[in-house]
Design a protein around this ligand. Sequence first.
Ligand code: ATP
Ligand code: MG
Length: 182
Amino acid sequence: MVMRLFVAILLPEAILPAVEEACAPLRTAEGARLLPRQNWHITLRFIGEVPNDKVEKVKTALAGVKFLPFGVSLFGAGAFPSAKTPRAIWIGGESEGAEELAAKIDSALSFLSLPKEKFKLHLTVARSKGRAELSGFLKTGQVGSFEVRSFALVKSTLAPSGAAYEVLKEFQAEEMEGKADG
Ligand code: ATP
Ligand code: MG
């Protein structure tokens, strides 16, 4: 048996209203299907299918990733593969910390020989079959920012009605200097 896995930043509750607000133009956008907010995440690394007996090794590898809390700022919007033929519709953003963390995760998972992929921070909020009226949404400016204190290993089960995610394990940031007790 295999499991479909990915590594992600889960969103803190406090940022959800701002994201909801940014998504408002999508509610009436023809061709766009909003994703349920419990599915919102920022993918750090898509792993894909892994044999069940390798999952423990993945957890152990991720537990060895050391990082400090960092900020993520969300702004702007776009779509993959393009705004003209949107499939994944996202809010963009920037975070040096997330880039560094994604690189550390890639190194920790090198034993899986995953395809090389450039990290591009995005929060997928809707899906489309390649045609959607995004002009309002694409004007999205600043959305908000939040602090990341953990990342998660998530199991994805695909279904015609949309993927179901299950958090298998969360990995905490190290304490900031000065707060550590030794
Ligand atoms: P569905 O595929 O049914 O639309 P989903 O994309 O949400 O659902 P998965 O395909 O399991 O579910 O993907 C889990 C996460 O990994 C999503 O954030 C997805 O965008 C990302 N992802 C999936 N495939 C890749 C890939 N080849 N490269 C980069 N990220 C990917
Ligand atoms: Mg997918």
